[in-house]
Design a protein around this ligand. Structure first.
Ligand SMILES: [Zn+2]
Length: 243
């Protein structure tokens, strides 16, 4: 036990922060008093406080990035759930910020768009794959397309066990919708996953909110390198635009 020199209370040693230069290796005031003091200081010195926070964030930038990446890898289902939940709870906010982002980053979006297309083309070429033939999964029969997608996703462990009947209906409806578009327009359609099922960093799920209908001839920008930041800031607004 140790007595705090500020509140004079006798407390456990774990109630004190460490202090290397002191004899017992602990601060003389308890954690409660220390937290209070630092909160007071921050309140009275907002500018210095902000500068310190920024400096610390800058210092730990790489560490934080890595931690986020690892977390995302280990919490795929949660991530998809959070994104879905956030988007549905903040529809207006999301659409405003996406519109704003698109409006202020036109050139950047176009450049990244072109770069992503080129990268994906190069990758296919280097793999000796004839791009469209292999990538095209036509949906001329909505039902069988939905079934084979389910089989593929199951093989990749991308079908969550918690999907409800309603959600399966939703999934099937996406394939039916694609089929209808294809029949009406004569333009081959493709249903794919917004977050790829076999991504390098994050693997998406075979769930209704991860499905997208693409026109095969339209611009399709999606790689298997999922980057959460790029995803939120860049892919989402863009995918929305394509849809
Ligand atoms: Zn105290």
């Amino acid at each position: 036990m140790k007595t705090c020199i500020r509140c004079k209370e006798s407390k456990e040693l774990t109630d004190f922060y460490k202090h290397k230069e002191r004899k017992d290796g602990l601060q003389s005031i308890c954690k409660t008093c220390a937290n209070l003091a630092s909160a007071n200081w921050r309140k009275n010195n907002p500018e210095s406080s902000l500068a310190i926070t920024k400096k610390s964030q800058e210092k730990h930038k790489d560490e934080t990035k890595l931690r986020v990446k690892v977390w995302n890898q280990e919490n795929k289902e949660k991530l998809v759930g959070y994104q879905k939940k956030y988007r549905s709870n903040n529809k207006e906010k999301v659409s405003i910020s996406e519109a704003l982002y698109r409006a202020t980053h036109k050139e950047e979006i176009n450049n990244r768009n072109a770069l992503a297309r080129k990268k994906s083309k190069d990758k296919k070429l280097s793999q000796g794959v004839e791009s469209k033939k292999v990538k095209t999964k036509r949906v001329s029969s909505g039902k069988s397309a939905a079934q084979s997608a389910k089989r593929r996703a199951t093989k990749l462990n991308a079908v969550p066990s918690w999907l409800t009947k309603e959600q399966w209906d939703e999934i099937n409806a996406v394939y039916r919708r694609a089929q209808m578009i294809e029949e009406r327009t004569g333009i081959p359609q493709e249903v794919d996953h917004e977050i790829p099922l076999q991504g390098e960093n994050v693997c998406g799920l075979h769930v209704p909110w991860n499905l997208l209908v693409f026109s095969v001839t339209g611009n399709r920008v999606k790689g298997n390198n999922f980057d959460p930041v790029a995803y939120t800031e860049y892919y989402l607004p863009m995918l929305k635009e394509i849809k």
